[in-house]
Write a protein that binds this ligand. Sequence first.
Ligand SMILES: Cc1cc2nc3c(=O)[nH]c(=O)nc-3n(C[C@H](O)[C@H](O)[C@H](O)COP(=O)(O)OP(=O)(O)OC[C@H]3O[C@@H](n4cnc5c(N)ncnc54)[C@H](O)[C@@H]3O)c2cc1C
Length: 434
Amino acid sequence: MRPTNPEKDAEMSVEKTDTLVIGAGQAGVAMSEHLRNAGVPHLVLERDRIAERWRSGRWDSLVANGPAWHDRFPGLEFSGDPDAFVGKDQVADYFEAYAKKFDAPIRCGVEVQEVRRNSDRSGFTVTTSQGVIEAERIVAATGPFQVPVIPPVVPEQTDIFQIHSAQYRNPQQLPDGAVLVVGAGSSGVQIADELMQSGRKVYLSVGPHDRPPRAYRGRDFCWWLGVLGKWDMSAPKPGTEHVTIAVSGAKGGQTIDFRRLAQEGMTLLGMTQSWDSGTLSFADDLSRNLANGDANYLSILDEADAYAAQNALDLPQDPEARKRFPDAPCISHPILALDLGKENIRTIIWATGFAVDYSWIKVDGFDEKGRPLHHRGVSVVPGIYFLGLPWQSRRGSSFIWGVWHDAKHVAEQIGIQRKYMDYHLEASRVSETA
Ligand SMILES: Cc1cc2nc3c(=O)[nH]c(=O)nc-3n(C[C@H](O)[C@H](O)[C@H](O)COP(=O)(O)OP(=O)(O)OC[C@H]3O[C@@H](n4cnc5c(N)ncnc54)[C@H](O)[C@@H]3O)c2cc1C
């Protein structure tokens, strides 16, 4: 009988792969496609289901922000109207179908708990909820929006129901009464509008934002941002890192217009600042934020007109797009403090963004805020790659169409590293036989 050596046996039974991709959202699926095309053996681990965030991590009525012809991967079209804004479940179905199309090696229901760099050999030891895996390299594709961030303004102990936009599902979920939505990016403004349409009194705290026209002169903004090179912008304008983009595909696609929402009954406020015994204070910046948003909006119309003229495009004129709604009283006489009790505000929804959490990757490759130190997804720590980060290489990086292009780059970089290793192995074989 063979003498037993538990350590050796354990080592021998450890599963090995060349490249381990963590997360099977759109980023993980795109990564798998490009790794397969590059001939890189790999495995994708997903703790839930493929595209889980689209399926269960967002509100019930969410539709894609971009039309079906744009918000997709090159290799598969959505069925149905290409100009439609498809629902979140259809987006999840799309990625499932996409993964099936090339038989992506995705293992669902497996959570990666820890990644450690091996000290005595190349590669990484990855601890998962179903055992250990050894990988030469890893790609963290765990999403740009991982940890909901709620600024510590209102104490948790109040009787106000407070949730993050990531926890919002529908109006029925909230206690009766008025609602304050803090944050007017794409999530905040859509949630606020849905609540107002359901008959709630709604307050919306509006910070700095960009708000492109939904469509102009017969073309969707995704088209305009594409031809004007704005999806490909490689970095945010200096000092504007936190400017959110307010767009929506809801109601068949409408431009976000805060002045119109105020005319329809929404009470707009400036940035939420501080809390004192039931009263919330707001910055006196509403007019400025709206004016900057308008300037961004108008600059896109101007650039679009110039592009159309220069390229002699035969597009219909669109004078309606330059019409401005009059200022409602909440804009002309800004509210700087609100007694939530008096206004019967029983719910606050914080649409205040997300942070990332890579604490499970035990390497020295992150800044003081835990953000990856990388160039276009290639970490400063050899063998580690990221995908789907905001502005990973361009504005489009965290969106459906952009992540596919970044995945291609990351796969190329992995291929290059593998070539170097192959050369090394080849060279050592030659010197051994010499
Ligand atoms: C409300 C909202 C609407 C959006 N609408 C659009 C839109 O219309 N068009 C568009 O292009 N973009 C949109 N986006 C942006 C972007 O497309 C999505 O955020 C998208 O989900 C990002 O895909 P991802 O694969 O990078 O990350 P995710 O979808 O977050 O996928 C990451 C996956 O990793 C898994 N995971 C995480 N940690 C682990 C672990 N330790 N082990 C194993 N698995 C793990 C998660 O379960 C998840 O499935 C929207 C974003 C939000 C928040």
